[in-house]
Write a protein that binds this ligand. Structure first.
Ligand SMILES: *Cc1c(COP(=O)(O)O)cnc(C)c1O
Length: 368
């Protein structure tokens, strides 16, 4: 059994993907070819935003946002301490200071009251300027944007949604990628919407910011291709990856339905035994991960391994526990995140998991 079975997905989409790839090989426009604009249009429609700007990967997508927003030295950017490293890394890369915030133990997402406490601490200390919040849709569940956007307004901060895992999730009718002032996603192969290499995108309704981002992803180009008006990056999505993503995006709604069916089967099997992942009323998860927690996690994972079932710990170390951030001041308690890092483990989750596989996972865990 695979943790995420990309080969099974390929078997399902093979002829469509092959056709798309052949079209690109025939027209030969490998950089910013027609599939890139077509994908940007489809992504914008799906997410429900005016501008979608594809780029090299999900980390670049975040970095491009911080560059376009002019965030740098002396600025404080708030981010959850329980996330993938890239969410915090880009803050340091921009020369700004990451301020780590605790999570809500029920959703694993940024805790609004911890966020407010951290913002007030920075305001009181006065040595950094509070600038932005990078909120992460961890494991596929959108963060609490109604609360986060309220705090951002009150304290005049910009919200960046890191929807690398959340793409496909929803709050009410609003899709992940449409929250905050600007949002990012990753098309790393294992994400809910992945390509066959690296890829990413930025989403926004801000026309000026979108133009700025389009310039930054091609060396800070001006309206004349050979006149560079700012320092940028070389961060474009390959046409071949865009072609593959067009087929994968078309299959996403059905895949999300299947992920939800797997999650429901897991819920039913584990509700008595474990704390199952909470999806608050009105929200939908894209189930990037299905995560359980237990103080006996190692025993459960060993039992699964005995039966040939893979399980993975996302994440064993919080951001404030990383060597590179060891000197950073912690301004608020991060105990919920620290406990989660000790207890969480994620189960096989993908749209092509067979009912028999799901039964095997359930039986193996229940017998432990
Ligand atoms: C994967 C991921 C990223 C980075 O995406 P890449 O495409 O691998 O650069 C950023 N944030 C989160 C939460 C992620 O899971």
């Amino acid at each position: 059994m695979q943790f995420i079975d990309l080969a099974a997905q390929y078997r399902h989409l093979e002829s469509n993907i092959q056709q798309r790839i052949n079209t690109v090989l025939n027209h030969g426009q490998y950089i910013l070819g027609p599939e890139v604009s077509e994908l940007e249009e489809r992504l914008g429609e799906y997410v429900g935003v005016r501008h979608s700007i594809t780029c090299g990967n999900g980390t670049d997508a975040l970095q491009l946002c911080l560059m376009a927003l002019g965030i740098g030295p002396g600025d404080a950017v708030f981010c959850p301490t329980f996330t993938f490293f890239a969410s915090a890394e880009v803050i340091g890369l921009a020369g700004a200071t990451p301020v780590f915030v605790d999570i809500d133990p029920a959703t694993y997402n940024l805790c609004p009251s911890s966020l407010e406490h951290a913002i007030e601490q920075v305001e009181t200390n006065g040595d950094l300027k509070p600038k932005a919040i990078i909120a992460v849709d961890l494991f596929g569940l959108p963060a609490d944007y109604p609360a986060i956007e309220g705090l951002a307004k009150k304290h005049q901060l910009t919200v960046i949604e890191d929807a690398a895992q959340g793409f496909g999730g929803q709050i009410g009718e609003r899709r992940a990628g449409s929250f905050g002032h600007v949002a990012t996603t990753s098309f790393f192969p294992a994400k809910p919407l992945g390509c066959y290499g690296d890829g990413g995108a930025v989403f926004t309704n801000d026309d000026e910011l979108a133009a700025h981002l389009r310039s930054l992803r091609v060396h800070g180009k001006g309206s004349d291709k050979y006149d560079n008006v700012r320092i940028g990056l070389n961060s474009r999505l390959d046409t071949l990856q865009a072609a593959i993503l067009l087929e994968k995006l078309a299959a996403l709604p059905q895949e999300l339905q299947r992920r939800n069916e797997v999650a429901s089967a897991y819920h039913e099997a584990f509700a008595e035994l474990f704390e199952i992942p909470l999806v608050p009323n009105g929200m939908q998860s894209s189930w990037a991960q299905y995560t359980l927690r237990s103080t006996a996690r190692d025993q459960f994972m060993l039992k699964l391994k005995d039966k040939g079932i893979p399980s993975v710990v996302y994440y064993a170390k919080c951001m404030h526990q990383q060597t590179v951030f060891a000197e950073n001041d912690t301004l608020t308690s991060l105990s919920n995140a620290e406990a989660a890092a000790q207890q969480v483990f994620s189960l096989p989750m993908h749209p092509y998991l067979q009912p028999a596989d799901v039964e095997n996972v359930c039986a193996a865990l229940l017998s432990a």
